[in-house]
Design a protein around this ligand. Structure first.
Ligand SMILES: Cc1ncc(COP(=O)(O)O)c(C=O)c1O
Length: 410
């Protein structure tokens, strides 16, 4: 049994990543998007999974980097990603990171007006013309609205157009891109058609009114993964969301405008969830049991909990066991941290497991690792599952040496 071999070789708890699944998903994204519009580029959303071993493989296959902080920019640099293949987003970029990004040719998308003012100041100091993109949002009641500039759905004046004007009037700024990211875990492809329409409409107005050439259109991420939300009261996973449907829905409404441009802009996608999530899992061991409590629920105590898979309470994440142990009944899954709320699943149907049995929670490849915190336990390791039964470390577990390296104990 592979799970048992993994435990012997690597111990538990351990994150597991299906590398082939991830790389195939990227390749599908690249081939489908470019078959519709050949200037499409897939940029990996670092915050959703900043595991360097995985990022290196994705970059090797042509993925750009999408970073949202100076620290993530450093990670991309450390992986030798060329600056011209880094998209720099995020609402709180430091002057230092902005200066580096502007001078070295990253694609910088601005979130708010103060940031644009700061970039202009840097450009004046450095005597350059800074190319920038601006982040937009299209108010709909559902789209995220706390980042970027509002676009109105009609011809009424809107903040986004005023910002375009402000940039166009600057001698040290050049509007070169439009960006948006409308939300996450979105299943309805109609939402993306609507985004494609709104983006093409706004881009056309910008080009017409200000005689600029847009170098990039960045459509963000947002596409769904497999697990249902806990609030949906559903355990069955959704089918793998179709890249073809997604790309067609978002690109089709944009094609007439894109094809009419003097120089066809690059079109960026920044997937996180739909790229990583289905392919990450955690293998863990049952440490002990608690008998039926006053609510009538039996519990299993596991060696990993909510600090290892932080969003577990938001989704009904699938759980797998490795032996056929008879009839299933409801179990509560408790984590190891000695915190009252460390509950991985309040109720999930499982056979009667005993200490030492293995259990796997999957669909955690996005945010599972990046939001994990080393609370009460050192950070767990991650292994990659490659061709056949090739299993290898992607990141070794932290230990007391790593953990104490930066402490200053006098
Ligand atoms: C700017 C930006 N791009 C891409 C992503 C990735 O989004 P998703 O994981 O929903 O694909 C995010 C996540 O919030 C984001 O903020």
């Amino acid at each position: 049994m592979l799970a048992e071999q993994i435990r012997k070789q690597f111990g538990t708890p351990v994150y597991i990543f299906d590398e082939i699944g991830l790389l195939n998903r990227l390749e599908e994204f690249q081939s489908v998007s470019t078959s519709i519009y050949d200037n499409c580029i897939i940029a990996v959303s670092y915050k959703t999974n900043p595991t360097r071993a995985l990022l290196a493989k994705l970059h090797h296959r042509g993925a750009y980097a999408e970073v949202v902080s100076g620290d993530e920019l450093e990670i991309a640099k450390s992986l030798d990603v060329p600056f011209e293949e880094i998209i720099f987003n995020g609402p709180a970029k430091t002057d230092r990171a902005l200066r580096l990004a502007i001078l070295s040719g990253c694609f910088v998308n601005c979130d708010h007006e103060d940031e644009i003012d700061r970039i202009e100041k840097i450009a004046i100091q450095e005597n350059v013309i800074a190319k920038i993109g601006i982040r937009l949002f299209f108010p709909s009641g559902e789209n995220w609205e706390r980042f970027g500039f509002a676009v109105s759905s009609n011809d009424a004046p809107c903040l986004a157009m005023r910002v375009v004007q402000r940039v166009a009037e600057s001698t040290h700024l050049q509007l070169s891109g439009l960006h948006t990211h409308i939300g996450t875990n979105i299943r309805t492809v109609e939402t993306f058609s609507s985004l494609g329409n709104s983006m093409a409409d706004f881009a056309a107005k910008v080009v017409r009114n200000f005689d600029v050439e847009l170098e990039w259109i960045d459509l963000g991420g947002g596409y769904a993964s497999l697990p249902p939300l806990a609030s949906e009261n559903r355990d069955a996973l959704y089918p793998m969301p179709s890249i073809q449907e997604y790309c067609e829905s978002i690109l089709s409404p944009m094609l007439p405008w894109l094809r009419g441009c003097r120089t066809p802009p690059k079109v960026f996608f920044e997937p996180g969830r739909t790229l990583f999530n289905p392919f990450g899992a955690m293998l863990m061991s049952v440490m002990g049991r608690r008998p039926v409590d006053s609510n009538g629920v039996e519990s299993l105590i596991l060696d990993a909990g909510i600090t290892s898979i932080s969003f577990t309470q938001k989704y009904n994440l699938p759980v797998r066991v490795f032996s056929d142990l008879g009839e299933s009944r409801d179990f509560r899954l408790l984590g190891p941290t000695c915190m009252e709320h460390d509950i991985l699943r309040p109720a999930v149907k499982l056979p009667a497991l005993v200490p030492g049995d293995l259990l796997m929670i999957y669909c955690i490849g996005c945010y599972g690792m990046s939001l994990a915190s080393p609370f009460t336990h050192f950070r767990h390791g991650m292994i990659g599952w490659g061709e056949g039964s090739d299993v290898h470390w992607l990141r070794k577990p932290d230990n007391v040496t790593h953990s104490s390296q930066l402490d200053v104990v006098n």
